[in-house]
Design a protein around this ligand. Structure first.
Ligand SMILES: *Cc1c(COP(=O)(O)O)cnc(C)c1O
Length: 381
């Protein structure tokens, strides 16, 4: 027993029978945590036809030029811990985004960074606001923190309802997630409307702008998180190497935020969480910008083609600024997902709501368009 313990010595307390049976005490919040549903993998088919995984918004391309070499180079030294400060990567990011190194923090994917932000801001009794439906990690990591989720429904146009979100702020609000473009609906927040929203948020509430798909945005009026963070100490921007950069399997993301938020992220980080392989791959990826932009442009062109194709078939498709499209299928969701699987594309169904379909290589997108057309024909007969 430590001198400072406030607890009652166990020997003095009779063991409850329940504690004997139940095993170690786990936090009650774990009991009703929603499970993160990973996108289903593309299993091989008996007839040898291709199967495409369009369920996790991954990048269909092989590593960018120089990235595999950087990974192999770092692989020979994985008996050593990585650079805990990710110094070389932070220096590269600071130059790339024109922000001070002290305003940057890395983590195990931007989901890891988001969880650190909750650890730094919220606990039992506190509230976390986000749009719904939005990124499925938000309810999970909020629950783990002990804080309460306040979910604000999307508008009929599948966009954040910023007025309703502003009205949902109370004295208990500690953090607000804004996902732009929004996963899974693809819609982006406008810069002007987001600026007006930020003007309404109390300065002691952290606003996290999750820009996992920022590289795919083509709407000039869309919000620019890094521009908005610059003169707002309560704004934090999350970015990731998992989507456009194609490093989903290496787990590296980062935040751009003022002190003391960035400092809090350094305190809440799992020590050595981001491997040296991931750090080196991220640096090489940033240096391969011309190839990155080319690939992103090709995916954006495919997004336009898929959106037009679906609309021509009569589907309602929200304007996506990301590398996926959203179909609100309601009760048809599971049937549509099954039809896609049958045709060789794995999509991401959200039970009873809709299907998110990653835009990938043209052959995969062709299968989506053909399947969607057949599904409509079937539905209309
Ligand atoms: C994919 C995604 C992330 C990034 O996940 P990583 O942990 O960086 O792989 C973050 N936010 C949203 C909205 C996403 O869709």
């Amino acid at each position: 027993m430590t001198v400072s313990s406030q607890g009652t010595p166990r020997d003095a307390a009779p063991e409850s029978a329940a504690a004997e049976v139940a095993g170690p005490r786990l936090r009650a919040v774990l009991e009703d945590i929603p499970a993160y549903v990973p996108g289903r993998p593309a299993a091989d088919r008996a007839d040898g036809r291709a199967v495409y995984k369009l369920s996790s918004n991954e990048n269909p391309y092989p590593p960018l030029p120089g990235v595999l070499e950087a990974v192999v180079g770092a692989a020979g030294a994985f008996n050593r811990y990585p650079d805990m400060t990710a110094g070389a990567l932070l220096a590269e990011l600071a130059a790339h985004f024109e922000v001070p190194v002290s305003h940057l923090a890395t983590g195990t994917g931007s989901v890891g960074v988001a969880q650190q932000l909750l650890q730094a801001t919220a606990g039992p009794g506190d509230e976390v606001i986000y749009a719904w439906r939005s990124f499925e990690a938000y309810p999970i990591i909020t629950r783990i923190s002990g804080a309460t989720s306040v979910q604000v429904p999307l508008t009929d146009g599948e966009e954040h309802d910023l007025d309703a979100m502003a009205e949902a702020i109370t004295d208990r609000t500690r953090l607000i997630f804004l996902c732009t473009p929004n996963n899974p609906t693809g819609t982006a927040l406008g810069h002007a409307e987001l600026t007006r929203f930020l003007d309404r948020v109390p300065r002691d509430v952290l606003v996290v702008i999750d820009e996992a798909y920022r590289e795919f945005v083509r709407d000039d009026a869309a919000a620019d998180g890094i521009a908005l963070y610059r003169d707002r100490p309560n704004v934090c921007v999350l970015r990731t190497f998992s989507k456009a950069y194609g490093l989903a399997g290496l787990r590296v993301g980062f935040a751009v935020a003022h002190e003391p938020v960035a400092a809090a992220l350094r305190k809440t980080a799992v020590p050595f969480g981001v491997s040296q392989i991931a750090q080196n791959a991220a640096i090489a990826s940033l240096r391969a910008e011309p190839a990155l932009l080319e690939r992103v442009a090709a995916l954006v062109a495919e997004r336009t083609r898929v959106t037009r194709g679906l609309r021509d078939q009569g589907w309602t498709v929200p304007e996506s600024q990301a590398n996926f499209v959203w179909l609100r299928l309601g009760a048809d969701t599971a049937r549509f997902a099954a039809a896609c699987e049958e045709a060789g594309v794995m999509v991401r169904p959200f039970g009873g709501e809709g299907v998110r379909i990653t835009v990938a290589e043209p052959e995969a997108n062709d299968v989506v368009l053909a399947t969607a057309a057949a599904f409509r024909d079937l539905a209309s007969t």
